[in-house]
Design a binder for this molecule. Sequence first.
Ligand code: ADP
Length: 493
Amino acid sequence: MAQKSKARNKRKYAPRATGISWRLFGTLVLFVLLSLIVIWIFQIVLLNDFYEQSKMAEFVANGEGIFANIDNEEKMKESVYKYSAQTDMCIRLFKAVDGEAKELASSDISAGCMLHHVEAYGLSQLYKHAKQNNGVFTKNIAKPVDENKHVNTIYVSLESNSKGYEYILMMESELIPLNATVMTLQRQFGWIMCILIMGALIVALAISKIICVPLQKMSRSAHRLAKGDYKAEFDGGTYKEAAELAEALNYAADELAKNDNLQRELVANISHDLRTPLTMIKGYGEVIRDIPGENTPENVQVIIDETERLTELVNDMLDLSKIRAGTRKPERESFNLTETVGAVLKRYEKLTEKDGYQISFDADGDVFINADRTMILQVVYNLINNALNYTGEDKKVSIVQSVWDNKVRISVIDTGDGIAEKDIPYIWDRYYKVDKVHKRAKIGTGLGLSIVKGILESHEAVYGVESRVGEGSNFWFEFEMFNVVDDSEMAER
Ligand code: ADP
C-alpha cells in the first residue's frame, strides 16, 4: 500500500513535461522547415520543369487559337500576329499547295529568331518530323553564338481544314535560362530560414507567455487549495479553455469547502449524538450504583432505551456509509409490498394504543415489486417514523398505496407543520434539520431521509415530497409493479 501511494505521489509531483514555449517553438520550427522544404522543391528543384511546361502550354494554346479559324484564312493570318504579339513568339504559317509550302503569315518579332533564318531544307525537315509525329513536333535548339547559352524551342503543328488543305504552323520561343534565378533563390533561402526561425521563437515566447501566466497563477492557487485554503481563487485570463479550467477549479474549490464544512458538521453531530445517550447511560448507571432504592425498572429501562438509541444511531451511520460507498447493493427479489407495509405498521400498534396515534393504510389489493425487501422495509419504516415525529396535534398519519400504469406509489402523509419550499431540496442531506428541534420525544438520528434517498436511488426508483407549511407533508416513492403469476392461475393454464 505504502509503495503504491509513493508511486502515485511521484507521478503527481514530479512531472517530466516540456514547457509550452519549447513545445510551441519546436512545432513552429517544424512547420517552418516543412514549409521551406515544400517551397524549395517547387521554387528551386522543379522550377525549370514548371517553366518548360508552361511554355509548352503556351504553344498548344496559340496553335488552338490560330487553327480555330482554319476555314477562314484572313482571320487565321490576323490571329498569327495577335498571338505572336501576346506571347512574344515568332510565328510562321504555311499552306501546303500541290506539294509546295506557300507562306500565308509571318511574324518575326525577335531578332534572334531562327525560324526566319533557317533554310527551306530546315523547314521541310521540321515539317517531316511533325508529319511522322501525329502532326506535332517540338525541338530545343541552342543559339549558335550566345555566351548565355540561350535555348530556343520550336514548335510545329499541322492541321487540315474542311476543304482538305493542310496548314503548317511553326512557332519559336526563347527559353530563358533560370540558373541565375535559382542561385538567387538559394542564396535567399538561408536568410529566409533564419528570419522565420527567429520569428517562430518570438511567436512561441509571446504565445506561451499569454497562455502560461494564467496557468502559473492557477497552479499557485491549486497549491494553496491543496493546503486547505478554500478561498483560493482561480483566474483563467481571457482564453476560453483556461477560463473553463478556472471555472471548473473554482467549482471544485467550492465543493471541497462545502464538503469540508459537512465533514466538520458530521463529526460534531456524531460526537454530539453519541455523547447524549452515553451521558444518560453513565448517569443512570451511577444513580443505580450509588443511591439505594434507585435500582428501579424505570431507571433500567432508560439505560435500555438509550442503548437502543445508540444501536440505532450506529446502525444508521453504518447503513448510510455502506449505501454511499456502494458496498450495500440491493439484492432484488419479488415480494408483496402491501404486506411489507402492513408488517411495518404492526410494529406501531403499541404506540397507537398507548399514545393515541391513528395510522391508516389505504390499499386496494396486494402489489408485488422486485426490490431488496429489507431495504424497502427500512424506507417505509423511516418515512412512517418521520411522519409520526412531525405530524400535527391530531396525531394522524395515513399511508396510501395507489396503482396505475403498471406502477405503484406508496405515500406517507402527515398533518404536521410541513416543510418550507426552500428547505425541501436539502432535507435529503445528511444531518439536515429544518428547525433542529424535534416535536416528539423520539429523537431522530438526522440520517433517516438520506438513507431513504440512498436506498431508492440504488433501486433507480422515483421518489419525492409534496409539502406545504401548515398543511403537512406527503413523502412518496414509486416502483414498477412485478406481475407474479398465481399458483392457482398456473394450475388453470
Ligand atoms: P431526522 O432524524 O432529523 O428526522 P431525517 O433525515 O429523517 O432526520 O429528516 C431530515 C429533516 O427533514 C428533519 O430534521 C425534518 O426537518 C425534515 N422532515 C423529515 N420528515 C418530515 C415530515 N414528515 N414533516 C416535516 N419535516 C420533515
